[in-house]
Design a protein around this ligand. Structure first.
Ligand SMILES: C[S@@+](CC[C@H](N)C(=O)[O-])C[C@H]1O[C@@H](n2cnc3c(N)ncnc32)[C@H](O)[C@@H]1O
Length: 235
């Protein structure tokens, strides 16, 4: 895959605002699979510093609701305003478990590198996402996962990097499938091809978390971890 669009963005700005594997590269692969149109209402769930919200507003002219828990709405608003995007992106500080929106409000719910924090159970999609989407609304998510379920037999060399919390969130595509299939038509779940580039971009930053992650990715050496993409249309 050629990450053309991503090349247009200021590298320093992206590096300063990344919170994990390069979310713009991941989003580019994800949005290649869904029909986004100008004017659509999009929830960017767990938007972090808002890189993905910026990409969505700039590239597609959609109206983005940029919701995050750890990053304040004020911080995100100042980034959006600096880029002249304050009329297209609404920053919101909220928890995914109690979102302040009307039912059937969104054409699209997108979540990059965040869904595994709250969606790793049998109820979240049904209770929190399904009500927010219009009929035929689109869901698209990408999050870190595993090539297969290693949980009962964690490789020795990975034990020090994957704590219990990480293992509760990182799963295989087949583990995730039933979480979506009763609610989504045209369900696609795949191992994203952007894995290496998205991780390389993150590991090359001097963020202290990236420094730790370098050791983990080196130990993994392409054997266990992946990035899982999910798209589907509400039933
Ligand atoms: C690894 S960061 C990724 C941020 C951004 N999507 C990106 O890719 O750069 C995970 C994000 O998930 C958000 N998050 C985790 N739990 C959440 C919750 N319960 N409600 C809303 N956001 C949550 C955090 O606030 C954090 O910004």
């Amino acid at each position: 895959m050629d990450f053309d669009v991503t090349g247009k963005y200021d590298k320093t700005f992206i590096q300063e605002n990344m919170m994990g594997p390069n979310s713009i590269i991941i989003l580019e692969e994800l949005t290649g699979k869904i029909p986004l149109k100008k004017g659509m209402r999009v929830l960017d769930l767990g938007c972090g510093n808002g890189l993905t919200s910026i990409f969505l507003a700039k590239e597609y002219g959609v109206k983005v609701f940029a919701l995050d828990l750890w990053i304040s709405a004020t911080d995100n608003y100042s980034r959006f305003r600096e880029l002249g995007l304050e009329d297209l992106i609404v920053p919101i500080h909220a928890d995914a478990h109690s979102m302040p929106f009307s039912d059937k409000y969104f054409d699209v719910v997108i979540s990059v590198d965040a869904y595994h924090y709250f969606g790793n159970n049998d109820t979240f999609f049904n209770e929190k996402i399904q009500p927010l989407l219009k009929s035929n609304g689109i869901f698209a998510a990408a999050f870190p996962g595993m090539k297969y379920e290693v949980h009962d037999n964690v490789p020795d060399e990975m034990n020090r990097y994957w704590n219990e919390e990480a293992l509760s969130m990182w799963h295989s595509a087949e583990w995730w499938r039933p979480k979506f299939q009763k609610n989504l038509n045209n369900l696609k779940i795949w191992e994203m091809t952007c894995f290496k580039q998205a991780w390389d971009d993150w590991l090359s930053t001097d963020n202290p978390y990236a420094k730790e992650d370098r050791k983990m990715i080196r130990a993994d050496n392409g054997r266990y971890m992946n990035i899982i993409g999910v798209t589907g249309v509400l039933k």
